[in-house]
Design a protein around this ligand. Structure first.
Ligand SMILES: [Zn+2]
Length: 385
């Protein structure tokens, strides 16, 4: 029967070992794989290392290190677990695997760079378990979401489902702008609010609901009218803007400001039984002015509070906006940049149309002049549809 020493020697005979000093220059450009236990990893690791405890290696590594031709530097605390891990990786088809002799202990003793990795708490691991099971999200993605900042324009029909789902998914910083108070007629579709909140400022009602849902959340509220005088200050620093407003002046204002600040806008709109969603990514895809160069005359514009809208419809459109926002934050999948998704509730059909950037667009086109943030119309105040 083989002793543990025999097994180690057999593994070492088949792998390549390196000294810390041989691979320190590869930090930042090469994959480092830390196979220690979570409590060891959390106290310090090679910067940027992927962490998979030895016991989970076989079943997790192919989802985390997709390119089997890539060079992988494996380390543990002293060089034993990494030797076995390196052998396993080779058996799984990874072609260039190096095991660090002396492991992280020698790495640290020799004064090579290391840092304390950001990790989720035990409560967060439990809360976001279903995200952690997706390699496309994982702990890294969840930490990214927790650090992200999303601004909701409107805490109404579209802002309600968007904000609820973004908060639940662990988007850690949510700003909400809305100048309305909760009215009983809102409750047919604006699911952030309830009977106890009637007469309360919508931003306060929204904040209470979201904080009850997820204590990880920081909610910033803006009980102001979004205008040319404040839009640039308010949107500054946000990663994504979710536009759930229902009027043309605000959409143009937000479009121009987001181009200046290079912030993507997830646009949603609803009217009667129909909804639309798209993503305006500044200078990368179409902008709102590429799609609608001029606002329609006021008598034809389906805007402001009086248009009918079927309940549930904003839930569908707003949820898609939340989904697009998460994809933008994580950099996964194909977003609706350059595409308009339309939904017809009576037909129960979705359609997508290409939305091209207009070279002659007055805001983002090749010959567009300097963007001036200006008011367009004062008839329809920004509020959630
Ligand atoms: Zn444009």
């Amino acid at each position: 029967m083989a002793t543990p020493r025999d097994l180690l020697n057999a593994a070492k005979a088949e792998i390549t070992e390196v000294e810390p000093v041989d691979v320190v220059d590869l930090v930042g450009s090469t994959i480092f794989l830390d196979v220690r236990e979570p409590d060891e990893y959390e106290q310090g690791a090679v910067p940027g290392a992927i962490h998979i405890p030895r016991g989970h290696l076989e079943f997790q590594v192919e989802g985390r290190i997709l390119d089997k031709a890539a060079k992988v530097v494996v380390y543990c605390a002293g060089g034993v677990r990494s030797a076995f891990a390196a052998k396993t990786l080779q058996d799984l088809g990874y072609v260039e695997v190096l095991s660090v002799n002396g492991g992280f202990n020698r790495w640290k003793d020799e004064g090579h760079p290391w840092s304390t990795p950001k990790t989720l708490t035990a409560d967060q691991r439990n809360r976001y378990q279903r995200h952690l099971l997706l390699p496309e999200v994982g702990e890294k993605g969840q930490l990214k979401l927790l650090e992200s900042k999303v601004l909701m324009l409107g805490a109404g029909g579209l802002g309600s489902p968007s904000a609820l789902y973004l908060a639940a998914a662990g988007v850690g910083n949510i700003g909400i702008i809305d100048m309305d108070v909760v009215d009983e007629s809102n409750l047919q579709r604006q699911v952030l609010h309830n009977m106890d909140r009637i007469g309360e400022r919508k931003v306060d009602s929204a904040k209470k609901t979201l904080n009850n849902l997820n204590p990880d959340l920081n909610v910033a509220t803006y009980d102001v009218r979004l205008g040319a005088d404040n839009v640039l200050d308010i949107i500054d620093g946000y990663d994504v803007i979710v536009d759930g407003t229902d009027n043309f002046p605000t959409r143009y204002l937000v479009n121009d400001a987001s181009l200046l600040k290079s912030i993507p806008v997830v646009h949603g709109s609803i009217f009667r039984f129909e909804g639309q969603v798209t993503v305006f990514d500044p200078y990368n895809g179409a902008c709102y002015r590429c799609m609608i160069p001029e606002p329609p005359p006021a008598e034809l514009a389906p805007s402001c509070a009086e248009a009918g809208v079927l309940g549930v419809l904003p839930g569908i459109v707003g949820s898609i906006q939340a989904l697009e926002t998460i994809k933008l934050l994580l950099g996964i999948g194909d977003t609706l940049v350059g595409r308009l998704l339309t939904f017809d509730a009576l037909e129960e059909t979705f359609r997508t149309f290409n939305l091209r950037r207009d070279p002659a667009c007055p805001a983002c086109g090749e010959h567009a002049g300097e963007i001036v943030i200006a008011e367009y119309d004062d008839l329809c105040m920004p509020h959630g549809s």
